[in-house]
Design a protein around this ligand. Structure first.
Ligand SMILES: [Zn+2]
Ligand SMILES: [Zn+2]
Length: 339
């Protein structure tokens, strides 16, 4: 499988020089070989890097509420410390050493400022850019360990939060700044979901936004580690992506070695049930299809729950991305490569 969403640093850790993380990259590759992961996209958060300070300031300026402002300021004071050039150089060196990595970044949605993001990143040799909605204005709705941010769910309400999330996702997609929509229905992170009618309407908008932008969508096991209790996206949204011809990546969103490639086999089952026969890999921000059958471990456990038929294509022959590709699968991880 592919793990196209991997971080260098746990959130609790302050980011140190990226070069010091070559040991972690080598460890990731050893684990990838053990766990049947053919290629890893290292996708650190853009807000980890000092080059993003002016962008982060836009988020800080979004919220005038004193408790929230202090919470946002503390978050970025902790997180925004690494050097983007050093990160890129470390990843390029690892690629050159033969590690099966692609150079990525998890780019957040900066409301009204995606043109500045595109400008900042234009000169870098990224293979893939993930686009993520983590904030609604200045509200960090998925930072559940912060009572100020988590408490905001009670003030705003589920319906309003989901509507605002969908609007942010639509703006992110229409900016065409990124290649892959990460954890597409992250609004469910707390486990709270709007009524089925509204959820269906918003999921359809998310699928249409992805299709119109040409972005791929990410199928991620991270939601199983959150109160959401299921993969991102839901089976119904995955079905809508398939119906709209949106390409797919798979991901763990791990922030350390523990979760690398986690539940890949279950993701493959879900993807196939939705009609997918291939995943999209990236190089120099150009996509290519790799056959799911070629890169899926032979023994697959059954998923926790059967994929919902809601919105999913029922015709087994309906492929989200055309016929199976003849492209070679990405090279297997060579764990003996030195960092
Ligand atoms: Zn994310
Ligand atoms: Zn992430």
């Amino acid at each position: 499988m592919l793990d196209y969403h991997v971080h260098l640093w746990p959130h609790a850790e302050r980011a140190e020089a990226a070069g010091q993380r070559l040991d972690r990259l080598a460890r990731y590759c050893e684990l990838a070989a053990e766990r049947g992961v053919a290629e890893i996209a290292v996708t650190e958060h853009l807000f980890r890097f000092t080059a993003a300070r002016s962008l982060v300031d836009h988020v800080r300026a979004e919220d005038g509420d004193p408790p929230a402002q202090a919470s946002i300021d503390a978050y970025f004071a902790h997180h925004t410390s690494a050097d983007l050039d050093a990160y890129v150089e470390a990843l390029l060196a690892a690629k050159q050493a033969g590690l099966p990595l692609v150079l990525g970044l998890e780019v957040d949605h900066y409301r009204g400022h995606m043109d500045e993001v595109a400008e900042l990143l234009a000169g870098y040799p990224f293979d893939v850019l993930l686009g993520s909605v983590h904030w609604i204005g200045g509200w960090m709705f998925d930072v559940l360990e912060d009572p100020v941010q988590a408490g905001e769910w009670d003030h705003r309400g589920v319906e309003s939060a989901w509507r605002s999330y969908t609007e942010a996702l639509e703006e992110l997609a229409s900016s065409r700044t990124c290649d892959v929509l990460a954890h597409p229905d992250l609004a469910k992170v707390t486990g709270r979901r709007p009524d089925p009618g509204l959820r269906s309407e918003l999921e359809e908008r998310m699928a249409l936004a992805a299709a119109a932008s040409g972005m791929a969508a990410e199928l991620s096991s991270a939601g199983w580690r959150k109160p959401a209790g299921e993969q991102y996206p839901s089976a119904s949204l995955l079905g809508r992506f398939a119906a709209q011809g949106v390409a797919l990546t798979t991901a763990s969103d791990t922030h350390g070695p523990d979760h690398l490639g986690e539940r890949s086999a279950e993701l493959a089952v879900l993807a196939e049930a939705a009609g997918y026969r291939s995943l999209r890999a990236f190089s120099a921000r150009q996509g290519r299809e790799v056959s799911l059958r070629q890169i899926t471990p032979a023994h697959r456990p059954a998923p926790d729950r059967a994929p919902s038929a809601d919105g999913a294509p029922s015709d087994d022959d309906q492929l989200a991305d055309g016929a199976p590709s003849d492209d070679d699968p990405p090279g297997q991880c060579r764990a003996e490569v030195q960092s």
